[in-house]
Design a protein around this ligand. Sequence first.
Ligand SMILES: C[S@@+](CC[C@H](N)C(=O)[O-])C[C@H]1O[C@@H](n2cnc3c(N)ncnc32)[C@H](O)[C@@H]1O
Length: 333
Amino acid sequence: MIDYKVINYQCLLDALENIPELRQWAKVLPEQIEQGLSPTRWGDLPQWQGVLDQLPDLTPSTLNFKNHVQIGAAADCSDAQREQLKQLLMGLHPWRKGPYALFGLDIDTEWRSDLKWQRLQAEIEPLVDRLVLDVGCGNGYHCWRMLGDGARRVIGIDPSPRFIHQFYALEYFAEKARADLPVDILPLSIEAMPTELKAFDTVFSMGVLYHRRSPMDHLRELKDLLRPGGQLVLETLVIDNIDTDHTLVPEGRYAKMRNVWFIPTPNTLLSWLRKCGFKAEICIDVCPTSHEEQRRTEWMTFESLADFVDTENPALTFEGHPAPVRAIFTATA
Ligand SMILES: C[S@@+](CC[C@H](N)C(=O)[O-])C[C@H]1O[C@@H](n2cnc3c(N)ncnc32)[C@H](O)[C@@H]1O
């Protein structure tokens, strides 16, 4: 087990003791966290921990999670300190979800995740005072926005420890301005969640369903995490050029991604939600992915959307499938 100074789940564990539905989970969570951050499983972990350990002692004068994610202002540190911070955070490359403004440093990530938030923010049940779970939260960009929209507590889960380190690199500074921020992200996949929790007021699953081999099982697992009457917010890839029921099951890769299993039409996904027992299911948005929303940047220098679509015909992926379109759905448990 790595000795972490920055990643500390004690406040979360204490808080879970006060939520009857989550008390049992709190007992097994330390063991799950240890497995999720195991240096034997993840060879790069000591390097990422080194980044967190070297973060400078800077206190932000301002925090804003409402309109964007801003921690600190440019005036809170010198140019030299900002450059040092940038070099350190580059040790956690690639930065996929964001953007973040940290002490005047613009972390311009591959995805403009704020655009997805804009598409759903006014359409979902208000998050004020809600207990929220974000399944497949990546580095937690939307978790900050959920907190900014008034959630009582936000828990994100993601099996990729690199993203967990990115989140805590930011949280380290945010905590200096406001102790005990009720937002954490855990190194877990949804399979590790206890069954039948029925605890969360809102559960988000964004960008996860198409990675699941069994989408129906994923929807049922999400339903089991929600309290009766709680709201699911689901975002996934769809095929939108056909009105009828249809599902693309790409053989081989989709937009160069290896593990893409099922891409339904919006109608088909609505029927899946009904079959899994959800009520009030609606599609609130359908949007083709643009080069404004997903692109290569200084903070993510690998291939991005421009490399995933057909250069001759941008309506198709590199493999000849319909190019990425994403849709957002809400439904009640
Ligand atoms: C496309 S990203 C979406 C990130 C974020 N939710 C968003 O909408 O921008 C998918 C994320 O799901 C995570 N993921 C993949 N399989 C998962 C699973 N079984 N349980 C939870 N998260 C998973 C990946 O590590 C990745 O960070």
